[in-house]
Design a protein around this ligand. Sequence first.
Ligand SMILES: [Zn+2]
Length: 408
Amino acid sequence: MHNLTINGERLWRTITQTAAFGAGPDGGIRRLTLSPEDKKVRDWLREQCEAIGCSLKVDTVGNMFATRPGTREHALPIAMGSHLDTQPTGGKFDGILGVLAGLEVLRTLHDAGYETEHPVMLINWTNEEGARFAPAMLGSGAHAGVFDQAFVDSRLDTDGVSFAEAIEKIGYRGETPLGETSLAAMFELHIEQGPILEREDIEIGVVTGVQAMRWYDLVITGQEAHAGSTPMDMRCDALADAAAIVLGAQDIARKLGGMATTGQLSITSPSRNVIPGKLSMSLDLRHVTDGGLDSLEIEVTDLIRKQCGNRAHLQAVWISPAVHFDVDCIETVRRAAERLGTSRRDIVSGAGHDSVHVSRIAPTTMIFIPCKDGLSHNPAESARKEHCVLGAQVLLESIILHQSFAGN
Ligand SMILES: [Zn+2]
């Protein structure tokens, strides 16, 4: 038993103060990865970690690893963390909370002189957002062996600046080889980025995994014809087909407990008085299980065939299977929340996170807290102070509890 309590005022102060690195006029943050603002917050984090006796390593894609030593020789670190980069119109909490709460855990352990068996590590992953360099979750993916160094270095931003140039420019190309840092476990605290916890008035989400996602491009060919002289029953209108597919896919998703979204649609040669003859559109399908997503895909494909016959061409462009987080890590978070007497529920993440990649190489899970109106990637993104503080306390509790769970 311990009676460690994180300093909520100090945590809130760091959230408020570090928001100055890339502060926007609307209360949000614009801190694109490897930008001058990103360098400032990284330098600040390095200073804070070193001030409490942690050693800092940086790998060759700029991932930062701060370690507080443990007492047991050769024990692998139990890690916390997330990302400090933001979207161009980002908020103060997405990713940032996970890193700053981790720092608060390290400070609390330091202040109390508390000794852990395993080292405790804080990680700041590079380029989680993918807003400057695609794809998202690049740093954690490189650490997990999903992307190699050459691929990461070759990514270009919209100004044609490569990842390699950008990282050299801010001086964050470290020497630690990719993937060298092994972990006993990883816990990522994050805002939910959805409305479920807030709607149900629940303080802590015990994240069991991340839902499966598939992206498709759909091209529909109809026939261009005059809007005034072509009778309604003699048209082959590609946009009318698309409308039926968008709504039909939503009905199927509702029935199967999944999600279907079309966020992009463009008519090839749009004209006010021409029946649309060709268009391309995106389709994003999600489900908490791979099997559920298979069923969703089969029914939506069937709908497209019935609607368009061979006038439609559907192509999968990205597939991300369902992620199931580590059962022991999940149990640790459950017990931590239980010990603190907070309201909690199991939840599946609707968004991708660094933990998706990390879970390939280390036992991993996440802790969610509610955020206002489920909003993120928006300057209005907001989380309540008491929820941030509670999330950090659950994180601390999990790190301590997991000491006895983790083997090496
Ligand atoms: Zn995030």
